[in-house]
Design a protein around this ligand. Structure first.
Ligand code: ATP
Length: 236
């Protein structure tokens, strides 16, 4: 339910311990809206805020947040009044206003917010965010470019979860070369250094599949391993 409330009426929010199923997003540009929409779709409660009343009205009308407030996040009193300091995770989605982004992050950390994720538009912006205490800095444009490059060079990888810079869990389309062969025959662990976690056909995943399962091309498999080894998988 999207509601817009006057700040003074929000005092009751102070002191309410928010569970980690709740997130606050400051800045409702394309990135901030994307964060709100995805969290909302995943079933989390999201509080969206922006200094721009039109953006607050728009996200309220679109019903992709639980609550939306208009506030200036450089003002600690406004953040406190809105109950933002009670959230465990706050996303600072202000990329283009350096000063506002830094001050907002500083306000949140000084007030003891445990997990502040901040969007940076440049490397120096990112460094400043780290200096004022951001727990995680993201560079969405740069990261989107990396994902695109990977998808262009390795089209069979549908999804990737990076464990660290060298290791990932990936969801890949089963290549033609693996069609009709069993997991045991393929010797994925010996030949590719990869562990198969799941196989799916028709959107149903079989976790820890039997080594005697025959793989079908165009179905999906989820493997864990070193990026170098993942890149050696045949392209579909
Ligand atoms: P993108 O779409 O890439 O996220 P954008 O241009 O829409 O970029 P930014 O310029 O980074 O977004 O700003 C994000 C939002 O942050 C804007 O909607 C802006 O109104 C809001 N914003 C800027 N300053 C403040 C502030 N002091 N308090 C709250 N919100 C702010």
């Amino acid at each position: 339910m999207g509601v817009q409330v006057n700040l003074p009426s929000l005092d009751f929010l102070n002191g309410i311990r928010k569970s980690n199923r709740q997130f606050a997003v400051i800045g409702l540009g394309r990135f901030g809206r994307g964060v709100c929409q995805t969290l909302h779709t995943l079933g989390y409660e999201v509080l969206g805020t922006d200094i721009d009343e039109k953006r607050v009205a728009q996200i309220t009308a679109d019903r992709i947040v639980s609550h939306a407030f208009e506030l200036d996040s450089t003002d600690p009193a406004a953040l406190r009044q809105a109950g933002i300091f009670e959230f465990e995770t706050v996303i600072v989605a202000i990329g283009n206003y350096l000063q506002e982004s830094i001050i907002t992050t500083l306000n949140l950390k000084e007030a003891g917010v445990a997990n502040v994720v901040a969007k940076a538009s440049t490397e120096i912006h990112g460094k400043l965010l780290c200096r004022v205490g951001a727990d995680r800095v993201v560079y969405p444009e740069f990261e989107a470019g990396c994902v695109l490059a990977r998808s262009l060079t390795k089209p069979s990888i549908l999804d990737r979860f990076e464990l660290d810079p060298d290791h990932s869990i990936v969801e890949v389309v089963i290549p033609q070369e693996f069609h009709g062969r069993t997991i045991a025959e393929l010797e994925l662990r010996n030949r590719y250094g990869l562990n198969l976690l799941a196989v799916s056909c028709d959107k149903k995943f079989e976790i820890n599949p039997s080594p005697h399962l025959r793989l079908q091309k165009d179905c999906l498999m989820v493997v864990i391993g070193c990026n170098k080894d993942i890149n050696r998988l045949p392209i579909q």
